[in-house]
Write a protein that binds this ligand. Structure first.
Ligand SMILES: [Zn+2]
Length: 164
């Protein structure tokens, strides 16, 4: 999804909350007090309430957003940007992109997301015999060729510079 589409799709806090709520419900939620899976959503308090013991499970509870006061807009957009770009942003760049006035909460958010992304990658690491698509292989070959050409140009340029 393109950034403009993403921003349009989640343009209100209600839509962002619904995204996180749906995501959690699809993973399966249960009461942290009695382990019941019978919970109902109460939108005014952004929590599920257990139908058996009335325990309230907040939307952020048990997630990377727990104990964070950052708006869902910041979390969702931050997650999107970090997943979108493999190289990543510095916390200062992210702070500027998100238009947030404090550095520390953004740094902490990114740190928590990186830990989760690292955990996820560990689970999905390739192992054993791996088959690659021919088109993908061609891309790899071209990329390696370009890198070699750049290295050669760089070394020729350096030699010219060093020799009188
Ligand atoms: Zn319960």
């Amino acid at each position: 999804m393109k950034l403009t589409q993403f921003l349009k799709q989640y343009d209100t806090e209600q839509k962002r909350i619904k995204f996180f709520r749906t995501h959690r419900e699809n993973q399966g939620i249960c009461c942290l007090k009695c382990a019941s899976t019978s919970l109902r959503w109460i939108s005014t308090i952004r929590s599920w309430t257990c139908n058996k013991c009335s325990y309230r499970l907040g939307l952020r509870k048990g997630t990377v957003m727990e104990n964070s006061k950052l708006a869902y807009r910041i979390w969702l957009t931050g997650l999107y940007l970090m997943v979108l770009t493999k190289k990543g942003f510095s916390a200062t760049e992210m702070q500027n992109l998100l238009g947030h006035n404090r550095y520390e909460p953004i740094w902490l958010m990114m740190h928590k997301i990186r830990i989760q992304m690292g955990e996820r990658e560990k689970r999905y690491q390739l192992d054993g015999f791996v088959e690659l698509d021919e088109a993908f292989l061609q891309v790899i070959v071209k990329t390696v060729q370009m890198m070699l050409v750049r290295l050669i140009i760089k070394s020729i340029g350096t030699k010219r510079f060093l020799l009188p």
